[in-house]
Design a protein around this ligand. Structure first.
Ligand code: PLP
Length: 428
């Protein structure tokens, strides 16, 4: 229609002009609909968010911030970004928000840019114990340009070793301490980190990429009152467009804004910023709060049910949207489990577990998350079924899609996802 071509995406035009790429868009939708999506860092964003991302706001150069741009013609995109900033501040109870980071990694880069000089020391969780590449891994800018000191988890509890965190902070006197990561199933004690940062004179940063959606949905405690700065991605449990964001105390606002632009980025992605604003409005609704609580209830059920199959949950369970499982008890590697699940229509990822004897590309664990299946409307009863499907895929198939048990599981997956379709209103 006129409206579609004028404001944004027009799939009809794409498919006549470029059938090759149009076919990929459709087959990706079929892939998502046809399988069980258990990647903990993925979700199914709304058609409204997709509409904003596929809009003409993509065209606008808007270096700078609302009301102080380096380009003319920014009156309309200014509105979108200002609305988004106000929504973020209200939703998270934050003094300041920046919606421009292109990704979680870019938001993190801005934190280093704002607070550290090359060679400075910071304290973070180690990647093999659940941290993130951008927290000082040797292959990341963060580990190449700064001196990263890493804490891990306690061998018994498999939870953050707070005594080690305190000892390392007192010994190394880091300028910056970060909490958060990619494979942490439990709540983090933000008050402990705040007090420790104050004691050693460090900035306290929370990388909430994974769990910020649960904070937005008021399902777990917020790091915002405790941290100097909180960075996050907008595409995980939060269910927004692919991107990054940060919120901070007013005293750091100017420094962090300058670190996002012009230090680390150029022109902001105004179509994605508009989509972030759309998502923030969605997250302030009661339906989203119910969703966030269900994500956790589902993750807890899935972790428990997998545990009952001998697929042991690290830390004994989860308080969040994800659980990490040790496969050593069933004698399967993470790599094989991922391949076997995939061939059976179940998408999850291998993951290192703390003190993993295997190299990272083999790994002894899997990570599973419930953001996407919960968006599809599944509840705890379905999680019991999913645990059974995972168990059979991992223990009774071999990664060959033609294995009879893999075929049997795929048929059951197909039946389950058919009852909870992804994007029920999009045609293909
Ligand atoms: N920080 C954490 C804790 C993450 O889990 C991720 C994403 O995996 C990131 C940062 C990086 O986000 P992005 O992939 O958007 O750069």
């Amino acid at each position: 229609s006129m409206d579609q071509t004028f404001y944004g995406s027009d799939f009809g035009q794409l498919s006549s002009q470029d059938p090759e790429i149009a076919a990929v868009l459709l087959s990706e939708l079929e892939r998502v609909r046809g399988g069980l999506q258990l990647i903990a860092s993925e979700n199914l964003t709304s058609p409204a968010v997709l509409a904003a991302m596929g809009s003409t706001l993509s065209n606008k150069y808007a270096e700078g911030y609302p009301g102080r741009r380096y380009y003319g013609g920014c009156s309309e995109v200014d509105k979108a970004e200002s609305i988004g900033i106000e929504r973020a501040k209200a939703l998270f109870g934050a003094e300041h928000a920046n919606l421009q980071p292109h990704s979680g990694a870019n938001a993190n880069m801005a934190v280093y840019g704002a607070f550290l000089q090359p060679g400075d020391t910071f304290l973070a969780m180690s990647l093999p114990h659940g941290g993130h590449l951008t927290h000082g891994s040797k292959v990341s800018f963060s580990g190449k340009w700064f001196n990263a000191v890493h804490y891990g988890v306690d061998k018994e509890t498999e939870n953050i070793d707070y005594a080690q965190v305190a000892e390392l902070a007192r010994t190394h006197r880091p300028k910056l301490i970060v909490a958060g990561g990619s494979a942490i199933p439990r709540l983090i004690d933000f008050e402990f980190f705040r007090n420790l940062a104050d004691e050693v004179g460090a900035i306290f940063w929370v990388d909430a990429a994974h769990f910020i959606g649960l904070v937005a949905g008021k399902a777990i405690p917020s790091p915002v009152p405790y941290a100097d700065v909180v960075t996050f991605t907008t595409h995980k449990v939060l269910r927004g467009p692919r991107g990054g964001m940060l919120v901070c105390k007013q005293e750091h606002a100017a420094k962090l804004d300058k670190a996002v632009f012009p230090m680390m980025q150029g022109g902001p992605l105004m179509h994605v910023i508009a989509a972030k604003a759309v998502n923030l409005l969605e997250c302030s609704q009661p339906a989203y709060e119910a969703y966030a609580k269900q994500v956790i209830a589902n993750a807890q059920q899935l972790a428990t049910s997998l545990g009952e199959k001998g697929i042991r949950p690290i830390t004994g369970g989860t308080d969040t949207h994800l659980s990490l499982h040790d496969l050593q008890g069933i004698g399967v590697t993470g790599k094989d489990a991922e391949a076997r699940a995939d061939a059976a229509g179940i998408v999850l990822n291998k993951n290192a577990i703390p003190f993993d004897p295997q190299p990272p590309n083999t790994a002894s664990g899997i990570r599973v998350g419930t953001p996407a299946v919960t968006t599809q409307g599944m509840g705890t009863a379905e999680m019991v079924v999913i645990a059974d499907l995972i168990d059979r895929a991992v223990t009774r198939t071999d990664g060959d899609p033609d294995h009879p048990v893999a075929k049997e599981i795929r048929a059951e997956v197909s039946d389950l996802v058919g009852r909870f379709p992804a994007y029920p209103r999009l045609s293909s």
